[in-house]
Design a protein around this ligand. Sequence first.
Ligand code: UDP
Ligand code: MN
Length: 268
Amino acid sequence: LTLLQTFVTLAANDLYGKGSLVLGCSLRKHKTTRQLVVLITPQVSQTVRTVLGRIFDEVLLVDVLKSQDSSKLILKKTPELSLMLAKLYCWDLTRYSKCVFMDADTMALMNIDELFEWEELSAVADDICSDCFNTGVFVFKPSTDTHKALLKFAMEKGSFDNGNQGLLNSFFSNWAKVDISKHLPFTYNLNCNSVHFSTLKPQAAAAKVIHFLGKTKPWNYSYDPNTKLVKDHDLSVTHPEYVYMWWDNFTSSVLPMLTEHGVEEATS
Ligand code: UDP
Ligand code: MN
């Protein structure tokens, strides 16, 4: 019996659910041979769950408040860690031999199945010259022991930024200096809002995964499906071509399914 491999994402509400749907469609469009799993929290509506079920092989509800492990205790003490605790459940997917986690605000521009050849914990640097990795895309190996160790670590040390980025960087602290073979090329997690984006031009030309890191996500803009124009975006701060690409994928692949299930007739 060979264990399967899977991409994993997380949606803690309907908006990030839309992001997950675009991500899932982008992986399918580029013909991934791996499975697709989405972790959802109780905030995600029934309709969005149903549509997620059409793209993803598994839609798994993660309810930290009802968990049997120490994450419930951590949540009581530090409620702001709820997203991080939900994300950590990806290590419990032990029926899979290896996984690639991707934020719901990422999108694949081509087939990236070769990521499964990398070992835990492989990731891209948070920015050029950074000693931290970005947790928007990472390769990992599910293990209940690792999940327990991460929770223990979170309980004892917390996270330096109150999020998963700080926790995972402290836990996988060898990444920066020792595990150089686990440094993924920037093309696998290209932050289109980086101030260094222009110096990353060669990588951008070969981009495999775009990450809409930061406060404004593509779904926060409004889009006119008739004129195909994204409205009220600030051209000086983002790379509109990627926002357009996201909306293009959303309107062609995701919106018809949402409409079919009675969610939103118009997006703008
Ligand atoms: N997330 C979510 N709901 C939220 C915030 C975050 O589902 O309200 C999940 C989602 O998978 C998202 C990830 O947590 O991609 C990390 O958050 P985000 O991408 O907003 O952070 P950034 O990459 O901008 O630092
Ligand atoms: Mn993100």
